[in-house]
Design a protein around this ligand. Structure first.
Ligand code: BGC
Length: 715
């Protein structure tokens, strides 16, 4: 939403000033017991005061909300505390990619949960330094739709990768004493008409895909909170969906924290009866449902006291478990160290997609490079919406772009430094000319004189909008084709959050997927082009040849008036991304898990054992001349005669040239199972299962079959 919260003031300081916990409460270590004890001492007024958050600035008018403390910066939400009981107020800040000053690129492409944790840690430290205590990051919706404007905020199309990296982010943040969450439960897979979109899905398939990502993140990350989504699932708004929130998330997955709504996603007070614990940004909804109407319903006996108490207890449990009632001493942020993490994620997240004839790295000193397009003389593009980060020192440029009929304007925001400056710094003997690409003839004239052409292509993506197709805007596809006609050495660097079509892919020699690479992005791009850094990112999403290969060639909701209720039948069920391609026997343009580098890796000694689950072992050897990272992947490809592809394990390894390592991965048995709705459990059918060791979802290096026992387990 176009909300002022993303422009958090630099001077944001301890706005919450939570009262310190009483000695007696602090002695009770068990957060459940403490939550029960505190909740029992509360008055109803106090309980109800915690059940909704308020936006600091009122959407539409931009006026300040008088009910929040006057010195609170414009964060997304504020929840009252209860000073007499030492219950702190909450201040909720958006943090999908960074808080204010640090922006990180697609962590999903690093395939490295530890790095996601490092990202979570720095977010926790920054949130705390600003005086806030809830980080609204953790976007782990699966990438079902390659035009979704928000995919740059999400991790991947795969439940294991998304769940593990989501857990990493959450635990990093929470170790800093800041509550983290995962969002948006569930199936908010596209932006178009999302408030009126009913996602229809087979419930078992839902458990095996999007909900499995949430389940893994909940189990491994133990987030203090969870955020619902805007859309409906199988006929019920997710924020008022008893099946999802109560039966699945709270009962089956044993989630212990509280469920907050998304901002403007509550339509009735009775969502409280269906598992929602808190209304977010209450002024945005048609009514402050969890303020007046919920209280009236309670007074009229329509909602039991036990449920209101449970809502509050769930919140308090997270406050105590994560320790926001015991604020730590203020610590100065080590901005240089945080920048290093952003740089590390950019280096490991950028994916070298294509590199014909070892076009890259660039020869040590090419005489003349033409750098064309994408504001490469200014900075790197960032994704927009509620996760938009404003770097310290501000944007290098801001270009107003479009406006949503309900939610207002949005711009393209660029972070400095520029790729041009970073390249020049690394190639002092090379003449690097820049052309904006605005006039194709000028760009072609420059390209014709260069040894190498680098086209820096961008596409604005963000919350509220989907991309209309898989093309590049501003005529950039035609621009690339035109320069490729006059120069055989074209490298394309893509700054997009999603796969694009690349109709020119056979006419260029190298393609680098840089995503929205964050505040250290220009440096990482230049390092990879020049070979200072060996690229090692892997695609967390399948890049289809074109939209016709995907389950929904027509963008859901694109052909109706905003506000018209629509149904999207996710007929592909759990077979998303590479799983869909495997089932259909289609080859994508670039497969999930694909990524090249400047060295080579050989795999050997692949073995796998069966029984209750699969454990696979193998060796990886760096057979090239350079040190580098690899991400070997293990997939299930056939389950007792059914084509069923599942990533069951992956591991990032760093190897010096010539070095080897042994890797072992054990599958989460749910990835070998089907969810059985009737029993509410996972079920593995006894039989023969085929397991492959692979470089990507389509590049299989070795395969074995294992026998699995019949099993029914879990929830
Ligand atoms: C987004 C959430 C975000 C919230 C608060 C909503 O528009 O969907 O992801 O946390 O705004 O800013």
């Amino acid at each position: 939403m176009t909300l002022a919260h993303r422009n958090v003031d630099a001077e944001a300081v301890n706005a919450t000033t939570p009262a310190s916990s009483s000695d007696s409460a602090a002695r009770v270590v068990d957060p459940d017991a403490r939550a029960r004890e505190t909740e029992a001492r509360m008055t109803d007024d106090e309980r109800f005061s915690m059940l909704y958050s308020l936006m600091v600035r009122i959407f539409g008018t931009n006026a300040r909300e008088p009910r929040v403390p006057a010195d609170l910066p414009a964060v997304a939400g504020y929840v009252r505390g209860v000073a007499r009981l030492g219950i702190p107020a909450l201040t909720l800040a958006d943090t999908s990619l960074g808080v204010r000053a640090t922006d990180d690129p697609h962590a999903g492409a690093t395939f490295e949960p530890e790095l996601a944790r490092a990202q979570g840690t720095l977010i926790g430290k920054e949130v705390r330094a600003f005086g806030f205590n809830v980080a609204l990051g953790g976007g782990i919706n699966l990438v079902r739709e390659v035009r979704n404007g928000r995919n740059f905020e999400y991790v991947s199309e795969d439940p294991l990768v998304s769940g593990k990296l989501g857990a990493g982010m959450v635990s990093g943040t929470q170790a800093e004493g800041v509550i983290a969450l995962v969002k948006h439960v569930s199936l908010n897979a596209s932006e178009t008409n999302k408030f009126f979109l009913d996602a229809i899905i087979d419930p078992a398939a839902h458990r095996e895909s999007d909900l499995l990502a949430f389940q893994i993140a909940i189990e491994e990350g133990e987030p203090g909170a969870l955020m619902g989504a805007y859309n409906l699932v199988n006929g019920e708004y997710t924020c008022g969906n008893r099946r999802i929130l109560q039966d699945i998330v709270k009962d089956a997955m044993r989630f212990k924290g509280w469920v907050m709504s998304d901002w403007r996603a509550v339509n009735d007070w009775d969502f409280a009866l269906k598992g929602l614990d808190q209304q977010s940004g209450a002024q945005l909804d048609e009514c402050e449902w969890f303020n007046g109407p919920l209280r009236r319903a309670y007074d009229e006996g329509k909602i039991p006291k036990a449920r209101i108490s449970e809502m509050v207890r769930r919140m308090l449990r997270s406050y105590y478990a994560i320790g926001i009632d015991r604020p730590r001493a203020a610590e100065a942020v080590d901005w240089a160290a945080h920048h290093d993490v952003a740089l590390e994620i950019a280096r490991k997240g950028i994916v070298l997609l294509k590199n014909d004839g070892e076009m890259l790295p660039l020869a040590r000193n090419p005489q003349r490079i033409a750098l064309i397009g994408g504001f490469a003389q200014v900075g790197v593009l960032s994704g927009s919406g509620s996760s938009q980060v404003r770097p310290r020192g501000g944007y290098a440029a801001e270009v107003p772009l479009r406006s949503h009929p309900l939610l207002g304007p949005t711009s393209m925001c660029f972070f400095g430094p520029s790729p041009l400056a970073e390249l020049r710094a690394r190639l002092p003997q090379t003449v690097i000319d820049f052309d904006s690409g605005a006039h194709v003839a000028d760009a072609v004239a420059l390209a014709a004189k260069a040894d190498v052409v680098i086209v820096n292509a961008i596409r604005h993506e963000g919350e509220r909008f989907d991309c209309p197709d898989m093309g590049l805007p501003f005529g950039q596809d035609a621009l690339i084709e035109a320069v490729a006609r006059v120069n055989p050495n074209v490298v394309v660097v893509l700054q997009t959050g999603n796969p694009i079509g690349m109709r020119w892919r056979d006419k260029v020699r190298a393609v680098v997927q840089a995503w929205f690479p964050g505040q250290a992005g220009a440096q990482a791009i230049a390092e990879i082009l020049t070979g200072e850094v060996n690229p090692s990112g892997r695609l967390p999403v399948t890049f289809p040849v074109d939209i016709e290969q995907t389950p929904h060639p027509r963008l859901p909701g694109a052909d109706v008036e905003l506000g018209t209720p629509i149904k999207v039948h996710y007929h592909e069920g759990a077979e998303i991304g590479y799983r869909w391609f495997a089932q259909r026997g289609e080859r994508p343009m670039f497969a999930f898990g694909h990524g090249l580098g400047y060295t080579r890796f050989a795999y050997g000694d692949f073995m796998a054992s069966g029984g209750e689950t699969v454990t696979a072992r193998f060796t990886v050897t760096n057979t090239g001349a350079r040190d580098g990272d690899d991400v070997p992947q293990v997939y299930l490809v056939d389950a007792d005669g059914d084509t069923r592809m599942r990533l069951i394990g992956f591991k990032r390894v760093s190897l010096r040239a010539g070095a080897s390592t042994e890797v072992s991965v054990t599958a989460d048995p749910r990835l070998l199972a089907r969810f059985d709705e009737a029993s509410g459990q996972w079920r593995i059918r006894k039989g023969t299962y085929r397991i492959v060791l692979a470089r990507s979802a389509t590049d299989h290096v070795a395969g074995v079959t294992v026998q699995l026992e019949s099993r029914q387990f879990g929830r």
